[in-house]
Design a protein around this ligand. Sequence first.
Ligand code: CDT
Length: 308
Amino acid sequence: MPRIINVAGAQLGPIQKADSREAVVARMIALMDKAKGADFIVYPELALTTFFPRWYHENRAEADHWFEKSMPNAATQPLFDRAKVLGMGFTFGYAELTPDGHHFNTSILVDKAGRIVGKYRKIHLPGHVEYDPERTHQHLEKRYFEPGDLGFPVWRTMGGLFGMMICNDRRWPEAYRVMGLQGVEMITLGFNTPSTNSQKPDEGPEARAFHHKLSVQAGAYQNSTWVVAVAKAGVEDGFPMFGCSLIVDPDGRIVAETKTEDDEIIMHACDLDATKFGKDTIFDFKRHRRIEHYGRITSQTGVVLPQE
Ligand code: CDT
């Protein structure tokens, strides 16, 4: 018997500095209405605002207005309310400021009854801490966020096993594997990826999309899981970000992909039981993993060269 979950990826086009959260939430609700009939809808990383880590503030506290102090809050409650009426689970990313003053790049998983059942805080923060005049654009996630402190959990909800990662996490096989080792069947991934490499301007959208797809497809295949990757795209405050939102099956194949860099829905009926074959055969971790040789993965961060 297949275990079908109808999934929607809700790509968001650009959000400008001046756009209010209320206006963005209205766009998110319009996408939700378009996806009517879906069981679950996935929105991007930092979905409620412009990608503010491109802006440098000497005084970090000046960026605090981009953060949410509670969730749901007045601006996002209408999204929770609409989802409940439609019986749709959802996930989206936002900047989280905790009551004790910690800053995280966060995503939440909400079930069909509107309950927050999971929270993930981005672990692989890209970019830099200080203003870098050498770059074509700034990417100051390391300035404004702390690395996540919740690990890579997997939640049993909506009839399956769900995990979350955020943007740059998709480039790190360890992130998928930690969830793979908990049997994950669907990973959601919101992203904001600039269309050019700030340190290598001739690396444009084609190469960026290639690395994006390569990472997501490999992660899905090697852990036999669905991955739903959703962008915030288009030109934000003069800075272009690519689209390429994807639904990837447990065989690593793209089954749905956006065509624009604007608000756009992709949908697919994902059979969670399609994850079984890979998990029981070539990626049956229990039979095939050789952890006695993997020590460096958790004991070492940088490269240690062999002795000359
Ligand atoms: N948001 C995010 O994580 N973006 C990164 C850009 C990396 S370049 C500093 C990404 O991996 O797409």
